[in-house]
Ligand binder design. Structure first.
Ligand code: HEC
Ligand code: HEC
Length: 400
C-alpha cells in the first residue's frame, strides 16, 4: 500500500519534472513600444538619439576638434525600432545563445560593472580564460572600430566574434538558429520586432540587428562633467575642475587621445604597456593593419564610466584608476619589455605629474560616471532560462 502511494508519488514527480522541462509555453512577453530614455520615437517607429551635444557644430562630429567642451559628437548608430531594441535586450541576457546555455553577453558585459566584468581578462565557456579584458559597452553606438585591436568595423560583425568563438559562447550559426527557432516565445518576439519578415523562421541577420539595436541604446552622456560642459559651472567642484584642466593641458595631453565628449578619439595608439606576468607582448593593431609601427597599439578606450570598469588596460594589469593614470608619469617607454622597439605615440612623453596632479586626474575621471539610462534586466527570459545572481560575480547562468 505504502509502496503503491510512493510509486504514484514518484510517477507524479517525474511527470511534473517532464512537464517542467518541456519547451517553454506560448509567449507571454510583449516587446516595449516606447524608445529607451534619451531617444525620441519617430513617425516610422524608429528611435532617434537626442542629446544636447547635437546643438554643437564645432569639429563636425566625425572630424572633431581637440577637446573643446562644446564639441559635436561623431555620427551615431540609431534608427532601430523600440521592439528591436527590447528584443536585443532579451538576447543579450539570455545564456541560451551559447553552446551549453552557460554564457550570455552579460556574463562578460555586466551592467553593474560598466558592462565589463571586473576581471583582468574575461572567462568564457568551460572556464576558458581569454587574452584580453572586456571593454565597457557604454556609448558603443558611436564607435567606428571594435575590439582592442580595432579588427572589426561594425557592431553586427563584432558580435559574431564572441558568439562563435570556441572560448566565449562557443555556438555555431546552425546551432544558434536551430535553438532559437525551437523556442516558440522567440519566434513570436522576432515577429513582433520584424513585422515585415518574409518567413516565420528567425534569421541570423535579425539576431544581429536586434543585438546591435540594444547595444546602441547604451548611452551615457549625462554625467556631472556633461552638466559642466553644457554650462552648469557648479556641477564640478574646485578639485575636479583642476583635474579637468590638467587632463586638457599640453603637459598631460590626455585629451589628445581621450578626446571629449566621448573621451576617445577612436584611434589606435601605442602607449607602451608590457603584458602582465612576463607574457609575450600582445601585438594589438599591428596584426589588424599589418603595420609594424602599430606593434602594441590598442584602441583608445573611452573613459566614460571608467570608475565602474576596474581593472584597467587591455590586459587588466592596473587594479585602480590611480595606478593606470600614474603609468603616464613614470617615463616614456618605461614598461616596454627588453628587446622590443615600440613606436610609442608622440603624445606619450614625460609629463612629470605630481602626486597631487595624479589625484586630481582621478577625481576628474570619476565625474564621467553616468548610468541614468541603465537598461532593466529582463525578469523572465523567453528561453525559460533563469537569471540568477551568483555570489561574487553577478553573472547570468541557465538553470533550465
Ligand atoms: C567570454 C566573455 C565575453 C562574452 C561572452 C562576450 N564578450 Fe564582448 N568582449 C569580451 C572581450 C574580452 C572583448 C575584447 C576582445 C578583444 O579586444 O580582442 C569584448 C569586446 C566586445 C565589444 C567591442 C567594444 C569596443 O568598443 O571595442 C563589443 C561591442 C562586445 N564585446 C559585445 C558583446 C556582445 C554583443 C556579446 C554577446 C553576443 C559579447 N560581447 C559577449 C568578452 C566577452
Ligand atoms: C597617445 C594617446 C593617449 C594619451 C596621450 C593618453 N592615453 Fe590613456 N589610453 C590610451 C590607450 C591606447 C589606452 C589603452 C592602452 C592599453 O590597453 O594597452 C589607454 C588607457 C587609459 C585608461 C584605462 C581605461 C580602461 O578602460 O582600461 C585610462 C584610465 C587612461 N588611459 C587615462 C589617461 C590619462 C589620465 C591620460 C593623461 C595623463 C592619458 N590616458 C593619456 C591612449 C592615450
Amino acid at each position: 500500500m505504502i509502496r503503491g502511494i510512493l510509486f504514484c508519488f514518484l510517477i507524479t514527480l517525474i511527470v511534473a519534472i517532464i512537464i517542467d522541462y518541456k519547451a517553454p509555453a506560448e509567449n507571454t512577453i510583449t516587446l516595449c513600444n516606447t524608445c529607451p530614455p534619451g531617444f525620441e520615437l519617430m513617425e516610422n517607429n524608429t528611435c532617434k538619439l537626442r542629446t544636447l551635444y547635437q546643438q554643437y557644430e564645432s569639429g563636425n562630429g566625425d572630424e572633431p576638434g581637440v577637446g573643446g567642451l562644446k564639441t559635436a559628437l561623431p555620427s551615431v548608430r540609431d534608427g532601430f525600432s523600440p521592439q528591436q531594441i527590447d528584443l536585443g535586450r532579451y538576447l543579450f541576457f539570455d545564456p541560451v545563445l551559447s553552446k551549453d546555455g552557460s554564457v550570455s553577453c552579460a556574463t562578460c558585459h555586466q551592467p553593474s560593472k560598466g558592462f565589463s566584468d571586473g576581471l583582468k581578462t574575461s572567462v568564457g565557456i568551460d572556464n576558458a580564460r581569454l587574452k584580453r579584458a572586456a571593454p565597457s559597452l557604454w556609448n558603443v553606438a558611436f564607435n567606428k572600430k571594435f575590439f582592442w585591436d580595432a579588427r572589426s568595423t561594425s557592431l553586427e560583425a563584432q558580435l559574431t566574434g564572441p558568439l562563435y568563438s570556441p572560448n566565449e559562447m562557443g555556438t555555431t550559426r546552425e546551432n544558434l538558429l536551430q535553438k532559437l527557432n525551437g523556442i516558440a516565445a522567440y519566434r513570436d518576439l522576432f515577429q513582433q520586432a520584424f513585422p515585415d519578415k518574409r518567413s516565420d523562421k528567425i534569421e541570423l541577420s535579425e539576431i544581429y540587428t536586434a543585438m546591435t539595436a540594444f547595444e546602441s541604446s547604451l548611452i551615457s552622456l549625462n554625467s556631472r562633467y556633461d552638466h559642466y560642459a553644457h554650462g552648469y559651472t557648479q556641477a564640478l567642484n574646485a578639485q575636479e575642475i583642476e583635474g579637468l584642466n590638467i587632463f586638457r593641458s599640453f603637459v598631460a595631453r590626455c585629451a589628445e587621445c581621450h578626446t571629449p565628449p566621448l573621451f576617445t578619439n577612436q584611434q589606435v595608439a601605442v602607449v607602451g604597456l608590457a603584458e602582465p606576468d612576463g607574457l609575450p607582448l600582445d601585438p594589438g593593431a599591428q596584426k589588424t593593419f599589418q603595420d609594424a609601427t602599430l606593434r602594441g597599439a590598442f584602441k583608445v578606450p573611452s573613459l566614460r564610466n571608467a570608475d565602474r570598469t576596474a581593472p584597467y588596460s587591455h590586459s587588466g594589469k592596473f587594479a585602480t584608476l590611480r595606478e593606470m593614470v600614474e603609468f603616464y608619469s613614470k617615463g616614456r617607454g618605461h614598461d616596454v619589455p627588453a628587446g622590443e622597439k615600440l613606436h610609442i605615440h608622440w603624445h606619450i612623453w614625460e609629463p612629470n605629474l605630481t602626486a597631487y596632479e595624479i589625484d586630481r586626474l582621478v577625481d576628474f575621471i570619476k565625474t564621467l560616471t553616468d548610468e541614468s539610462f541603465m537598461p532593466t534586466k529582463p525578469a523572465v527570459l523567453p528561453s525559460g532560462s533563469t537569471i540568477v545572481k551568483q555570489n561574487l560575480q553577478e553573472s547570468i547562468v541557465s538553470i533550465q
